[in-house]
Design a protein around this ligand. Structure first.
Ligand code: ADP
Length: 596
């Protein structure tokens, strides 16, 4: 991306604030003229005083000069102060507003992206966050540079250069010759730094991903005593970054010294040239001051050119990543327009699905999920059960074959409408930062307190919530895993959808909670289409129909008795589950109790 493309991309974010920009520009222009006043005043002062001294006159004759200088400089400083305040204030206001819009628009945009976007290796949480943060940071800096920094500096430089040319062509030319050399050096510097900067960006992203990783796995790290290894991994990253930073700095310092050298040569040349003209009686002595100060106005912006160049380069590198996220339109979740009445019959025909990494997770799946019935998906872990549910919830679209709801292709159905009718309960459900009340109400944003409590009762969590010191206002993140799971169930009860997908909903619960939830689930199952993935015998037996999955394929299907009699995969899994429960001993215990 080059600077103009970047500028064009940034424009829509800036145009709403054009009045702010115009106000800043007007201030800029006034400020740029005011910046030349010092040079003019000093030249006037030196020449007038010199004339008086040469004429043998003293302080008495000089009062008017002193008063004039004082008044002019005071007025100029006053105007400068007001202008600078306005410029800085409007500038910062523009920066803050643009940053707010950038942040909001990228969040609104990536919320619309499909799930696979977030599962790409390049878009892990930490990396994405760094890219967004850095992107916004450098883009707002860019806005500041474009509209607040560059213009005053360069207007001031152009005016100063024009005044120098006006005073004397050769002096103007000398000053003007230094500028392209400076530009060229800055350009070379930026070229040299480009690769290193990109490396630095990657290293930064990896580092923040690394830190998030450590925090997320801290318990595992500690239990295995792997702190030194984790520290070592980070050290390697840090070293890469340090090397990068060193190279960047080293290159910068070499070029900065070169540029300072060129600038000093410029000043010396201008002093010598002006002195020559003064001695040649073509100029007054005050012109030496005048030219040196004007040249300062020319070189000051150019001196900050490399800073600006650095920032622009940074912005180009970071904004590349930012705009890649903002403009990933092909990642927007597809949606049809149909909003049919939902009966709840899913059918899959010849469905093949590959994950973005190429893994063939579902192979030629043909099945029908009966409405208002409970269908169980059984299979070893990794068989493709959750993937199948993801397809039904339209989180992913199969590469071939079709998924239909009541005979209508899911692609043609409004995605939001579809999900409005589906309740999804996962093995580990997500609890948001906030109170228990807010977390349950997530299932129905405008639910009343009464409705929330009813849902909590159905999920067998109400009593436990009431025992907490803060009740429903307590922080939901502090609840235990099993309690959090019931909060998630309450959320689903509140949503009250006609279709329910349960992906091992009781896997992380204790026996009592499982029993209570089973009771709640039994209640909600009536009159709904339910698909349940479970390793719990009781939940599988309860199903009306079962599909057994193996390696992404449907291996067997049927009702419990019938499947069991087939002596196939289902029986094998079922027996293994029973064995793991030690059913023999359990039933013996019950028998003994009965006989006593
Ligand atoms: P199950 O629910 O039966 O345990 P899954 O449907 O979760 O199995 O996974 C099926 C296969 O797809 C597994 O081999 C798993 O490793 C793979 N898989 C799951 N999610 C992804 C993903 N986001 N990207 C790539 N492969 C995945």
């Amino acid at each position: 991306m080059n600077i103009w493309q970047l500028f064009r991309k940034l424009r829509p974010f800036v145009t709403p604030y054009r009045m702010l920009i115009v106000a800043t520009l007007i201030m800029t222009l006034i400020g740029s003229f005011a910046a030349q006043v010092n040079a003019l005043t000093l030249q006037y002062a030196v020449d007038s005083i010199n004339r008086l001294v040469e004429a043998g006159q003293g302080l008495n004759a000089g009062w008017s000069i002193l008063i004039t200088i004082t008044v002019v400089l005071l007025v100029k400083e006053l105007i400068s102060a007001i202008v600078q305040f306005g410029q800085k204030f409007y500038g910062i206001k523009l920066r803050i507003l643009v940053s707010q819009d950038l942040a909001q628009s990228i969040i609104e945009k990536f919320l619309t992206y499909r799930l696979s976007f977030f599962h790409q290796n390049d878009n892990q949480a930490g990396k994405l966050q760094t890219r967004i943060d850095r992107g916004i940071g450098s883009l707002t800096t860019l806005v500041q540079i474009f509209f607040i920094d560059i213009l005053p500096l360069f207007t001031s430089a152009v005016i100063a250069l024009a005044l120098m040319f006006y005073a004397n062509f050769y002096i103007g030319l000398t000053a003007a010759c230094i500028v392209p050399i400076y530009f060229w050096l800055t350009y070379k510097q930026a070229q040299r730094l480009g690769g290193w900067r990109r490396g630095l960006r990657d290293a930064r992203e990896k580092k923040s991903q690394g830190i998030i990783g450590i925090i997320e796995s801290i318990a595992v790290i500690k239990s295995f005593n792997r702190e030194p290894i984790e520290a070592q991994k980070q050290l390697k990253l840090q070293k890469e970054m340090t090397e990068n930073q060193m190279h960047t700095r080293q290159t910068s310092y070499v070029f900065d010294s070169l540029k300072t050298f060129i600038e000093q040569i410029g000043i010396v040349l201008i002093i010598i040239l002006t002195a020559f003209f003064v001695l040649n009686r073509q100029m007054s002595i005050g012109m030496i001051m005048y030219h040196v100060l004007l040249f300062n106005n020319v070189s000051a912006p150019i001196r900050s050119l490399h800073r600006i160049y650095d920032e622009v380069n940074d912005a180009m590198i970071y904004s590349e990543g930012f705009f890649k996220i903002l403009e990933a339109d092909d990642e927007i979740e597809p949606s049809g327009a149909l909003q049919p009445a939902v009966r709840g019959e899913f059918s899959l025909s010849n469905v093949d699905f590959y994950y973005p990494n190429g893994h063939h997770a579902l192979k030629n799946i043909n099945l029908t999920i009966q409405p208002n019935k409970i269908t169980a998906l059984v299979g070893l872990s990794g068989a493709g059960k959750s993937t199948l549910i993801s397809l039904l919830d339209k989180f992913y679209t199969p590469q071939s074959g079709s998924v239909r709801l009541d005979g209508i292709d899911l692609n043609d159905i409004d995605t939001r409408y579809l999900r409005e009718h589906i309740g999804l309960v996962l093995q580990k459900n997500h609890i948001f930062q906030g109170s228990i009340f807010e977390n349950i109400r997530y299932g129905k944003i405008n639910a009343t307190e009464e409705e929330v409590m009813t849902a909590a009762r159905k999920a067998s969590i109400h009593e436990q919530i009431m025992q907490l010191p803060d009740g429903y206002a307590a922080d939901a993140l502090l609840l235990s895993g099993g309690q959090q799971q019931r909060i998630a169930l309450a959320r689903m009860f509140l949503k009250n959808p006609p279709i329910i997908f349960l992906d091992e909903p009781t896997a992380s619960l204790d026996a009592i909670a499982t029993e209570q939830i089973k009771h709640s689930l039994d209640q909600i199952k009536h009159g709904r289409t339910v698909i349940i993935i479970s390793h719990s015998l009781s939940q599988i037996i309860d199903a009306d129909y079962t599909y057994v999955m193996q390696n992404g394929e449907i291996a067997e299907h049927g009702e419990h008795e019938q499947l069991y009699r087939q002596h196939g995969a289902y029986k094998e899994i079922f027996d293994a589950m029973a064995k793991s429960l030690n059913i023999d001993k359990i039933s013996k215990t019950f028998d003994e109790q009965v006989t006593h």
